[in-house]
Design a protein around this ligand. Structure first.
Ligand SMILES: [Zn+2]
Length: 216
């Protein structure tokens, strides 16, 4: 069974993919892992991807998909995969479908972990960092004992540019623009399943497991 996980940054795709993969025989595949493994092993695709990865650039889709097709042939993925972080846009989804269909394969389920922008801003924008010792806090999940002050060294905490609510919100809006056509694409093929991602991880895993017919 080939499953892809969809959702905005912070929705918990990685967490859920890891949980479901541990509870099933499906391999958890991320693009980061594909790039790292191929570059380390010096495969032809790894050599092609290397300058992009090292330059912090987007790796061309045909390289990523080529790596995925190779990865799918490995023994631990014989029952299928749970793909997290790809496709990120409609072009990639189409290219992936074409490549899989050439091998007589297809994506079986697209699982969408839905979380509102407001909740994601709360999750992603709550981070505060210490300029002195580098400690990182979170307003909800790891608050400092005294607001705005580092527990370790007493320095005044600050918010990194990337952690500011307005910056986070803009980033989420850009991601949503890419995500929506993907959701429509899989929905049009009868493959989209949606779960409410604003609940505890166990409940979400149970729902996702049920959707793909695996109790966990
Ligand atoms: Zn500190």
């Amino acid at each position: 069974m080939y499953v892809i996980l969809l959702g905005l940054p912070g929705a918990g795709k990685g967490t859920q993919a890891a949980r479901l993969s541990a509870a099933t025989a499906l391999a958890h595949i991320t693009t980061g892992e594909l790039f790292r493994d191929n570059i380390r092993e010096g495969t032809a695709l790894g050599e092609k991807a290397k300058p992009f990865v090292e330059g912090g650039l987007l790796v061309p889709d045909e390289i990523t998909i080529g790596m995925l097709l190779d990865r799918v042939k490995q023994p631990d993925a014989s029952a299928g995969f749970m793909l997290d972080g790809f496709p990120r846009n409609l072009e990639q989804a189409r290219a992936l479908d074409e490549a899989l269909s050439r091998e007589g394969k297809q994506i079986d389920e697209a699982l969408y972990i839905k979380v509102s922008t407001e909740e994601l801003v709360r999750r992603l924008a709550g981070r505060w960092s210490c300029p002195q010792c580098g400690a990182v806090y979170h307003e909800q999940s790891r608050p400092p004992m005294k607001p705005g002050v580092c527990d370790n060294c007493g320095a005044a905490l600050y918010q990194r540019e990337d952690d500011r609510p307005e910056v986070v919100r803009t980033r989420l809006e850009v991601n949503q623009k890419n995500l929506q056509p993907l959701l429509d694409y899989y929905d049009g093929r009868g493959k989209l399943r949606e779960v409410d991602g604003e609940r505890d991880p166990e409940t979400i895993s149970k729902d996702l497991g049920r959707l793909i017919g695996i109790g966990c």
